[in-house]
Structure formats: C-alpha cells, structure tokens
Design a protein around this ligand. Structure first.
Ligand code: GUN
Length: 287
C-alpha cells in the first residue's frame, strides 16, 4: 500500500502557521492586502477566486476584489494594475487566468510589479528562480516541494521526471527540483518513449492535462507519484454526479507507488497555501 500524501492536512498545517505569522507581523505594524482581479465570469475561475479570498480571511489578511466585465479592454486592465502597483496599501496583486481573448496575458503579467507578483509569473521572478535568487515562486510547484518535504520524502540525488512544460507548473517545477538537487528530466506530449522515460523516475510529477493518462506501465515499482491534473469525469448516471480525477489513473498507480497524491485532496489545496505563503512574504517587503 502506497503512502497517501494528504494535501488537505499539509495545506491546513501551513495555513495555521501563516495565520500565526500574520498575527505577529500585525503586532509589528505590518498590514497586507491582496488585490484579486477577475475578468469575465468563467465559473471555474469564480470558484478559484472565492477559495483564494476565503484563505486570505482565514489567515487574517485583507482581500480586495475587482470583478471586471468580459469586454474589459487590455488598456483598462493595465490601467487598474498600474493604480494597484502605486497603491502602498496593496501588497499583492493576482490576476486570475485565463483572460478573455482581447487581452494579452504576457503583457498583463509583465505589468504587475515583481514585488507584488504573488503568483510568481513575472519574468523577473522566473529569472530569479533560474539563477537561484530570492523571489516569488509559482504556487503549484512550490506547493509540491512542501508536500514532498513535509511527507518525509528525500529529493536530493533522486531521478525526477516532470511530465508537462507549462510556464505555471512544468518549467518552474523542474527548476525547483533541480534546486533541491534532484536529477531532472522534462518530458511532454511530444516526447518519444515517454513510457520508458517515466519508468526511470524515482519521483514522477505529472502535469500533462489529460485525464488518467498515466497508467501502471509508466510507473517504476516504489516511485513517488505526484498528480497535478484535475478533471471532471462524467459518471454512469449521465453526469449527475461528476467525479474528479487526475492525470494519473489512481487505481493502477497506487499499488506500484511508494507514495502518491490523491485527486482531489493532493496537490490542489497546496496551491492556495503557497499563495498565502507568498502573500505573507509580500508583507515583509515595502510596497
Ligand atoms: N489560473 C489557473 N491557475 C492559476 C494560478 O495559479 N494563478 C492565476 N492567477 N490564475 C490561474
């Protein structure tokens, strides 16, 4: 039986630690406000944004909501970001992605002050991750490092395969594992012999965005399996009670793995815990 890596429990532990830290920082006269911007009314984004605001309330920091209409222009959004950059009471800025087609996501990410970029998406923060400097790190991969460390899983010297190369997960994940002294391979949907490469991994991190793609034959006996995917899977009753599944076929992977994250309740809750961690870090720098 594989060790089940409990993201809900670890995320709660982290949020409680952060809540105590915020209390101390407030006593020392520090305050924090996270500005959360959502453009349009994508239901999934709405759920994520609400969870982020709830987490802020839990750890004791303010959140300010900006709900903009679907037709918002790039100029209007950039103007709002400029205003929030200049506002000293705002310590963090988060623009929920994806954005409507008329808005260039890269331009928006680059407009956010790197000091307030709690998502860790700004090229200056990405550059610091590459060169080993201090900066904000993308929340999902940073959360996975915490999951591994807090579950007592050693990283140094291990062979890690990351499946997926997005800017938000795959690329920063590979850099973080390298920083932790793993030997890292980045694979993706075009990789030849993907199965053989995955089967070499001591730690397999999957963010390929395909439901239950990773089956038993991708997994080495005793590997640690981290599943970043989250998909709605229609059930036998015609979708009345849609269940969630990941990029990994859990029932096949679990008997082979030494440790594995479930979906839901694995990686997902850690993203918000790390966002809160970044918001607390942002309290320590002058806005
Ligand atoms: N959309 C999906 N994931 C994320 C995230 O981590 N941050 C933001 N801002 N948008 C997202």
């Amino acid at each position: 039986m594989a060790q089940l890596i409990d993201g809900r429990k670890i995320s709660q532990e982290m949020k409680d630690e952060l809540k105590n830290k915020v209390e101390e920082l407030k006593k020392a006269g520090r305050e924090a406000t996270l500005a959360v911007i959502q453009v349009g009314s994508d239901p999934a984004s709405g759920v994520y944004v609400n969870n982020k605001k709830k987490a802020c309330a839990y750890i004791g920091i303010r959140s300010a909501s900006y709900e903009l209409p679907e037709q918002t222009t790039e100029e209007e959004l950039l103007a709002l970001i400029g205003k929030l950059n200049r506002d000293k009471s705002v310590t963090g800025i988060l623009v929920q992605l994806p954005l409507p087609m008329q808005i260039d996501e890269d331009k928006v990410i680059q407009a956010i002050s790197p000091k307030k970029d709690v998502d860790g998406f700004h090229p200056e923060n990405v550059g610091k991750l590459v060169t080993g400097g201090r900066g904000f790190v993308s929340c999902t991969p940073a959360g996975i490092i915490q999951l591994l460390k807090r579950s007592g899983i050693e990283i140094a010297g291990k062979k890690c395969v990351v499946v997926g190369r997005s800017n938000i997960v795959g690329k920063p994940m590979a850099l973080l594992m390298l920083r932790e002294n793993a030997t890292v391979t980045v694979a993706h949907s075009k990789t030849r012999n993907l199965k053989e490469i995955c089967r070499q991994a001591d730690i397999l991190i999957v963010a390929i965005g395909k439901p239950q793609f990773i089956t038993a034959e991708y997994i080495k006996e005793g590997a640690v399996v981290i599943d970043v995917g989250i998909h709605r899977r229609n059930s036998a009753d015609g979708g009345q009670s849609a269940k969630l599944c990941g990029d990994v076929c859990f029932s096949e992977a679990e008997p082979r793995a030494s440790a594995i994250t479930p979906v839901p309740g694995g990686v997902g809750p850690m993203t918000i815990a790390m966002l809160m961690n970044n918001c607390v870090e942002a309290m320590l720098t002058d806005a």
